[in-house]
Design a protein around this ligand. Structure first.
Ligand SMILES: [Zn+2]
Length: 107
């Protein structure tokens, strides 16, 4: 009761919240975030090897995202910013999210 839901971090990028289990090659099952789970095995291998951000593989269109997705994405970014403190890319993404959300709410 009142306890904050534990945030499970994606096993691929170690950054975003894990929301799904995925079978990768070699039958390895990993808990992944929305973003990593949408990427190919080779993209995922590159993320692990070079410590990349899966968001960099996407062309983000905030205006096309639903209010719920925007809210979840914003919260995810907020947690990341609180934990890591330094990523200006994440901060600008969060602000974009916030802006798109406000536009949706006000019509
Ligand atoms: Zn991930």
């Amino acid at each position: 009761m009142g306890k904050k839901k534990e945030r499970v971090v994606c096993e691929v990028c170690g950054k975003h919240e894990a929301v799904t289990k995925n079978f990768r090659k070699d039958g390895v099952k990993s808990e992944e975030c929305t973003w990593c789970s949408g990427l190919s095995d080779s993209a995922v291998a590159n993320i692990i090897k070079d410590n990349l951000d899966p968001l960099d593989f996407y062309e983000l269109d905030y205006d096309k995202m639903s209010a719920e997705d925007l809210e979840n994405f914003k919260n995810d970014l907020f947690e990341i910013i609180l934990e890591k403190h330094e990523n200006s890319k994440d901060i600008s993404r969060m602000l974009e999210c916030e802006r798109a959300l406000t536009l949706k709410e006000t019509g």
